[in-house]
Design a protein around this ligand. Sequence first.
Ligand code: LER
Ligand code: MN
Length: 272
Amino acid sequence: MKSCVTISLVAEARGGPFVLWDDPIVGCRTAAELGYDAVEIFAPGPDAVDRRELRLLLEENDLALAAVGTGAGWVKHRLHLALPSETDRRRAIEFIRSMIDFGAEFGAPAIIGSMQGRSGPEVDRATARAHLCDALQELGEHAKQAGTVLIYEPLNRYETDQACTMADGVALLERLSTDSVVLLADLFHMGIEERSIAQGIRDGGKRIGHVHFVDSNRRPVGCGQTDFVPIIEELRRVDYVGYLSAEAFPWPDPLAAAGRTIDAFRWFTRRD
Ligand code: LER
Ligand code: MN
């Protein structure tokens, strides 16, 4: 398994669960100094970071881009994939397509988390899911053509009613005719929704393509109640070799949060 840390460049997401903030240059240097393998970038849009500069920055710091978040489509533009208006859903899809293309230039998949949306007064649950499936189908195929995959993230019940567990996520992906959509196992959401996180990892199995590595209280690993030993065991059992990406509150501060997570990563993966 490989280490990764999140960098948010989205001002509107302030207060959210991202470890490093605002400046990709400082963020990449910090990640590299701590020995991370990769960064996950939460960007306002596909053109927020100059691609040539980002390429140099990653090269200089010997970092990979593990994934790009698409949630700015929601926090900045109030778009998501289950909105009642077809025009707005199309705008949401186009935003995500542009983020897939941006990430693909760096070999990084895009993540659909908050952009999955939820049901509402004008859209019942079945319809919201149908809209989501249509979008995942189209965007998964788009990712495939771009040489990557699309990552779909089940979220806890306070954030979505689309899919909240790994088993729900698997059921959703089984409705698609593309194999280019994988699941994100966010250990914070799973702590709320799964019978046990290890069972959730078993349920997601080979479909898990990315992990948000975080403790029960959304603080860095080691600062909450989660027992990571059975989780790492289960990830090994399903042959997971992807990123454990620190998506946690910058607690007590960004540098300490990144430092605690890489220490925990090294401890839990010391046999790998
Ligand atoms: C949201 O709760 C989350 O976990 C993010 O990864 C997706 O926007
Ligand atoms: Mn997450």
